[in-house]
Design a protein around this ligand. Sequence first.
Ligand code: TRP
Length: 326
Amino acid sequence: MNDSKILLSGIQPSGQLHIGNYFGAMKQFVDLQNEYDSFIFIADFHALTTVQNPKELNENIINVAIDYLAVGLDPQKTTIFKQSDSPQVTELAWIFEAITTMPYLMRAHAFKDAEAKNKDINVGVFNYPLLMAADILIRDADVVPVGFDQKQHVEIARDVAEKFNRIYGETFKIPEPLILETVKTVPGTDGQKMSKSHKNTIPLFATNQEIKDAVMRIPTDSKGIEEPKNPEADNIFALHKFVTEGPEFGELRDKYEAGGIGYKESKEILIKNLIAFITPLRERRKILEEDTASVREILKEGGKKANERAEEKMREVRNKIGITIS
Ligand code: TRP
């Protein structure tokens, strides 16, 4: 395991997950944990820029840990931890702030978007990419699996690593963003990207009734059963791509193209397959929910291991920048 490459990613503890989160990111973490020395953390410091209700934040942290364990993240293979258990990342972020220019950070998409919406954004939002760079670089991560929206942040981490190495000598590994080809944007029930803010989600741990309600809401055109349909232009078919497999998928495509299947039947098949996909996840989640003591224990142990490794790296950094007195 020791010569495996290091994989790291962070997730914001921000409430109920949907199947877009799963196919867009979580599934990769589960699939990749066998190949890499894997570190997945809950970005609670980052969440402070948006969640300022302590009870809500605390519950979200445990919930997201439960969610990830329920989808198959295995604590034997992946170190699962809370970002704030390695407060060294805030120390490193400060060091990066001192070598990064304001104009450079002002070019970040996330900052520009936030600023366009609200001029009163907090300093945390502005510095966000540097805390993220610290998360990544403190762990000598080789690969950072992220969605497209986070790609620029990984590029900023690379730039920061290069700049630090130029000033203080070779210290940080240059990380690669890992955006798997299989990771597609999952469309919501209205065809736009699935997102809580669009109110078009299918929750990852949905009840059967919630699944039915969500699928029934999917708008379609008014073609009759026998009319040929373009599968690529249909919101129901777009979701079949994620949960309908094997010969059933091919047959469905053929029927769309030749005519012979109505949208109602297509929705019923989608409901059946979503239920088959979600039920075991929901059941695993329920078991974990009833035993949060062991979830807390997993976070504590992961936090301890992550902290020790962060401290070791920081000793090197403190020496390099000239603040260690021996
Ligand atoms: N910004 C990421 C998100 O919102 C979360 C995150 C924080 C992260 N630190 C990270 C992801 C380090 C990868 C690596 O999804």
